[in-house]
Design a protein around this ligand. Structure first.
Ligand code: GLP
Length: 256
């Protein structure tokens, strides 16, 4: 199910509205959040909407997808810090309802198990927001991760470290390992939105469109999900056959 919009702004408005709709319909929803540059305008738009028309968020529970190993929550490039900066500092969600993998956990294996268990205890994720890496990773589930994986430690692919290097002052500062929710954890979400924008996502979106389900392409696991929306701007959809999205939706305006 594809939703293709002309601009990043429209992608962000649509995605933020879907999150708002979920919160309004289910005030105690369990939301799966993610990081990355794609999500920054989504969170900005969500906060803007909530400022204009406040909605009670105090009953929400959130789980983030992943975190670098070795970075404290205060580190400027940790995903914990990202989420506080872009969302949580301005949302009134009780701190005990906000969950992120702990990149400094003493016993990482136990922490991974506890993270997947905690998702199950609250009844699973109602809505999982997702981006995609240029190599098709979801969360930090790199190519060849088992589709039945639960929260686990990963060694980051070199391509991922290069892609994410721009957020660090030097390439060697990019951590080599991370904790990520597993693909099975993600697939058990009741609803998934995968958002991708920009020309640098066009190749992987075309590959995903053409690929069968294959562990070499982690995002292809999502193809078996019954409630998946893929939200793209024109640039990210640039290499998709037009009939992929125009069968279901009116053609976007020709202005792009
Ligand atoms: C990181 C995160 C992913 C995210 C990806 C895409 O690698 N671990 O969860 O989907 O970045 O990021 P961006 O939106 O910056 O392209």
């Amino acid at each position: 199910m594809y939703q293709v919009f002309d601009t990043v702004d429209e992608v962000s408005r649509y995605t933020a509205q879907r999150i708002l709709d979920k919160i309004t319909a289910t005030p105690d929803a369990v939301l799966g959040f993610t990081t990355g540059s794609t999500m920054e305008p989504v969170y900005a738009r969500l906060l803007q909407c909530l400022q204009q028309a406040p909605v009670d968020v105090s009953q929400l529970t959130t789980f983030n997808l992943d975190e670098y190993i070795g970075l404290s929550a205060e580190h400027a490039q940790s995903y914990n810090h990202y989420m506080c900066e872009h969302l949580f500092n301005q949302l009134n969600i009780p701190v005990q309802s906000v969950n992120l993998p702990d990149g400094l956990a003493k016993n990482i294996e136990d922490a991974c198990q506890a993270y997947s268990d905690a998702i199950k205890v609250v009844g699973g994720l109602d809505l999982q927001l997702r981006g995609i890496g240029s190599n098709g990773h979801i969360g930090f589930n790199e190519p060849r991760t088992s589709f039945s994986s639960r929260t686990h430690v990963v060694q980051l692919a070199e391509q991922t470290r290069i892609d994410n290097g721009c957020f660090f002052t030097a390439q060697h500062e990019v951590p080599t390992h991370a904790i990520t929710m597993g693909i099975q954890d993600i697939l058990e979400a009741k609803e998934i939105i995968l958002a991708a924008t920009g020309r640098n996502k066009a190749d992987i979106m075309a590959e995903l469109f053409n690929s069968a389900m294959d562990e070499a392409l982690p995002a292809s696991a999502l193809k078996q999900h019954h409630n998946l929306t893929i939200v793209l701007d024109r640039e990210a959809a640039n290499l998709l056959p037009r009939q992929a999205f125009e069968k279901q939706y009116p053609a976007p305006s020709a202005s792009a």
